[in-house]
Design a protein around this ligand. Structure first.
Ligand code: AMP
Length: 139
């Protein structure tokens, strides 16, 4: 592992210092069942690199995460599911080590799986264009 944090619970799982029900392990990524699942089979995919937020993760770790998430979704036979990745406390990040959730959405129960709030706002086109120009100008 290229970067590790001694107090990080996910770094401890990577190092084998605390147990986890591991699903897939590659050179750069590890996945395991979430200890408090939102649905049966809820799992996490984490890079073997301690970065708190997604944009801090080196690209070679970024590119190895989603193929593992896909492998889990295929192996689990999921057709309804969410891939979730939270950054920052107010965005619901509890563990400060980048992780991707694979959350099955069982068709039998609306209360199982991820429940999403989506407070969309309608905005005038000129406002959208202004935001587009701001972001595009920095890319
Ligand atoms: P987040 O809110 O995106 O930071 O989610 C953190 C997730 O990590 C939660 O769903 C927790 O249930 C899960 N979690 C925390 N500690 C462990 C652990 N030791 N093993 C497995 N999952 C864990």
């Amino acid at each position: 592992m290229s970067a590790s944090s001694p107090l990080c619970i996910f770094c401890k799982i990577i190092k084998g210092e605390i147990p986890a029900l591991k699903l897939v392990e590659t050179e750069k990524v590890i996945s395991f069942l979430d200890i408090n699942p939102l649905a049966k089979g809820h799992s996490l995919v984490i890079p073997k690199y301690h970065a708190e937020k997604f944009h801090e993760l080196p690209d070679d770790y970024v590119s190895d995460v989603l193929p593992v998430a896909k492998k889990i979704a295929v192996a689990s036979g999921l057709s309804n599911y969410n891939i979730l990745q939270n950054n920052g406390r107010i965005a619901h990040q509890e563990v400060p080590h980048v992780h991707f959730h694979v959350i099955p959405k069982p068709s039998e129960s609306e209360n199982e799986g991820l429940v999403v709030g989506w407070p969309a706002h309608q905005v005038p086109n000129d406002q959208l264009k202004q935001v587009w120009e701001e972001i595009k100008g920095k890319l």
